[in-house]
Design a protein around this ligand. Structure first.
Ligand code: NI
Length: 138
């Protein structure tokens, strides 16, 4: 573990008040932990842009009665099969399904897969959580 470095931060008071509210809302224990979280988040974003391989999770919510939509989602998933590690299907209620896909691959391919799924007409909600193995991030 590398040694701890301390530094001062100058902020507009109003901005600091907003930051403190954000810290509370996000359940950080203190400002230092919040800064660490934000810095790591930015490093992960950069890693996503620069890395050869990234990991992530995609979620999808859709109505399974729309058969054409379901077929399109399946076609896309088979096309990008090499970067889908696993998928989980949850029957949320009578109409709606939730799918969670664990992804691994080049940032471009994973992003392309997520964009392709999101673009299918009838998908009610879709997210992509960009993550990392954490190697290289303290
Ligand atoms: Ni279902």
């Amino acid at each position: 573990m590398s040694p701890i470095a301390r530094f001062g931060v100058s902020l507009d008071k109003e901005l600091l008040l907003k930051f403190d509210k954000l810290i509370k809302a996000k359940s950080y224990t203190n400002r230092s932990e919040a800064f660490r979280g934000l810095i790591r988040q930015e490093l992960v974003k950069k890693e996503w842009k620069d890395a050869d391989e990234v990991i992530g999770a995609a979620t999808l919510i859709y109505d399974h009665h729309k058969r054409e939509l379901v077929n399109k989602l399946l076609d896309i998933q088979h096309k990008f099969g090499s970067c889908i590690i696993s998928s989980q299907h949850i029957h949320m209620d009578h109409d709606n399904c939730l799918e969670i896909l664990a992804l691994k691959g080049s940032p471009e391919k994973v992003q392309h897969l997520s964009d392709s799924l999101k673009a299918v007409k009838g998908v009610k909600h879709s997210t992509l959580s960009m993550s990392t193995t954490g190697q290289g991030i303290v």
